[in-house]
Design a protein around this ligand. Structure first.
Ligand SMILES: NC(=O)c1ccc[n+]([C@@H]2O[C@H](COP(=O)([O-])OP(=O)(O)OC[C@H]3O[C@@H](n4cnc5c(N)ncnc54)[C@H](O)[C@@H]3O)[C@@H](O)[C@H]2O)c1
Length: 360
């Protein structure tokens, strides 16, 4: 297939700032429909991109357009039900992060995709970097031995989103077409949660892809600091292989203040320090050898367009993905357990859903 006919469901901030421009400028892609329940968003898409195959209902679009692939860029609470409809229509799917809010829903999407032999991938831009690839290769080659501990940190500027005041970031993010809805990240009924589903999912998706670890038990503290959703999270994990790890995240970084995103992986024969912000990777072996990789600039270290184009390349050229549905589901396993732990104050065993262990 030379060109993939792709539809986008959800014409909000992320789809209009990144997915639509990256698809419209990619020769292997044809944007065949855009769906949004809000007529004002469809009007903006028509005016800004000149697109006119616009729908208010994703089921009608799936029936009439029969795209090769769909990108779902909706508020988190709608990911599962709309993703299920896409897969049940026999259409390949790229789901934005977090894949779903609940573990059983995530594995249900994986099962539906497997049964129909459909592509299922998740919108994790950092997994598409050369550094993620090199770090994963080093782990798989056994360079650092058996992984014993991981330490992950993400401190980012999202508090105004979590507060329901996205306009506060207009000067930082520009919003060429639209900013996020006020409730998208602030209302627990729609967002599911805050910093965990918004940002820790990135950290988990990258760490789990690089290491191939699978969480077995989780204990978490989360604090809201007056918001309706979590602003800071501290999550302790024990993995299937006995390794332990910690994921910490804070969404309260101010414009102009330093953000941090780092994953440190310690094995029996060395360690890997992967810092997507500021875009560095080094490997430190037990014999003293240090491998420093060339630094990535911000466009290389956070390739926002890579996720939608990967879906197109998977459809047209059969390439693989560094963010398969199984990875999304394992990240949801970790976060679902973390939210339940924070709520109950108890350690939570990660659910297993009669699915074979994913090959990550
Ligand atoms: N990968 C990344 O780095 C990254 C960055 C930002 C956002 N995202 C993700 O993208 C997704 C969308 O976020 P956003 O900031 O664009 O949100 P948004 O609020 O700007 O957009 C969501 C859109 O969905 C529409 N909508 C809601 N329910 C619908 C339905 N049932 N059918 C059709 N349209 C519906 C809304 O009208 C809105 O236009 C989220 O999952 C978010 O986490 C990913």
């Amino acid at each position: 297939m030379d060109r993939a006919r792709v539809a986008v469901i959800g014409a909000g901030w992320w789809a209009t700032q990144f997915h639509l421009p990256s698809l419209l400028s990619y020769p292997a892609a044809e944007v065949v429909a855009v769906v949004d329940t809000n007529p004002a968003k469809l009007k903006a898409v028509k005016e800004h991109f000149g697109l006119d195959n616009l729908f208010a209902d994703h089921r009608e679009m799936l029936r009439k357009v029969k795209p090769d692939g769909v990108i779902v860029a909706l508020p988190h609470a709608f990911h599962y039900s709309v993703g299920r409809d896409v897969l049940d229509a026999g259409v390949n799917l790229m789901m934005e992060k977090p894949f779903t809010l609940k573990s059983h829903d995530a594995w249900d999407l994986v099962r539906r995709a497997r049964e129909r032999d459909l592509i299922l991938t998740v919108g994790y831009p950092w997994n598409h970097t050369s550094h993620a690839h090199s770090a994963r290769e080093a782990v798989r080659a056994g360079s650092i031995g058996e992984i014993q501990m991981v330490s992950c940190l993400f401190a980012s500027m999202v508090i105004e989103y979590l507060r329901g005041n996205p306009e506060a970031y207009r000067s930082s993010f520009e919003f060429p077409v639209t900013g996020p809805g006020e409730q998208t990240y602030s209302d627990p009924a729609i967002a599911g949660g805050g910093q965990g589903h918004l940002q820790v999912t990135h950290l988990a998706g990258l760490m789990l892809w690089v290491t191939g670890l699978r969480p077995a038990e989780v204990f978490a503290f989360m604090e809201k600091y007056g918001l309706q959703v979590d602003l800071v999270d501290a999550i302790a994990v024990r993995f299937d292989n006995g390794a332990v790890g910690a994921l910490a995240s804070d969404g309260a970084i101010a414009p102009g203040q330093r953000q941090d995103h780092e994953i440190r992986i310690y094995g029996s024969a060395g360690s890997i320090i992967l810092t997507p912000i500021p875009g560095e990777l080094s490997i430190h072996l037990a014999d003293g050898e240090v491998r420093n990789f060339p630094a990535l600039d911000s466009a290389e270290s956070y390739p926002e367009s890579a996720t939608s184009r990967n879906l197109v390349d998977m459809i047209t050229r059969g390439v693989g993905t560094p963010a398969p549905g199984e990875l999304g589901a394992v990240a949801v396993d970790l976060l679902d357990a973390a939210y339940r732990s924070a709520e109950t104050g108890q350690k939570v065993l990660v659910s297993r859903h009669d699915m074979p262990a994913p090959v990550l």
